[in-house]
Write a protein that binds this ligand. Structure first.
Ligand code: SF4
Ligand code: SF4
Length: 123
């Protein structure tokens, strides 16, 4: 639906696979695509940065050389970080299960890692 309330025609839909504006990837909140959510265990983390190196979406948030969370607005839930983590402190959990728990007020703290000023991200 367009801004003036009219139905969009096919010519109004942006062509896929094109970057129309430089440096715009931050605007695309690809976290909506996610089926599985990486849940990071701060207590077990060794801050080795392997997850940060491997994350294809620059979604591991780092501050002063330490992991501080995961940018859920952009993390697509690929699970590479969990696979590579030597301390096994990232657990891939189904979004639907976590959301159901959160709706009941028992979210297991899984939203604690939302983007909140980490310096690394690279977008
Ligand atoms: S790979 Fe695992 S242990 Fe290393 S920084 Fe990432 S979460 Fe922490
Ligand atoms: S699941 Fe892990 S590696 Fe994949 S995009 Fe999210 S934070 Fe990055």
């Amino acid at each position: 639906m367009s801004a003036n309330g009219k139905q969009k025609g096919w010519k109004d839909v942006p062509i896929g696979g094109l970057i129309l504006e430089a440096g715009s990837s931050d605007k695309y909140e690809t976290g909506d695509w996610r089926t599985y959510r990486p849940v990071w265990d701060q207590e077990k983390c060794r801050h080795c940065m392997i997850c940060w190196i491997y994350c294809p979406d620059s979604s591991i948030l780092v501050r002063e050389g330490k992991v501080v969370g995961i940018d859920y607005k952009h993390c697509k839930g690929c699970g590479i970080c969990a696979h590579e983590c030597p301390a096994k402190c990232i657990d891939m959990r189904l979004e639907t299960e976590l959301e159901a728990g959160e709706a009941e007020g028992a979210g297991a703290g899984a939203r604690c890692c939302a983007k909140s000023g980490g310096e690394a991200g690279g977008k």
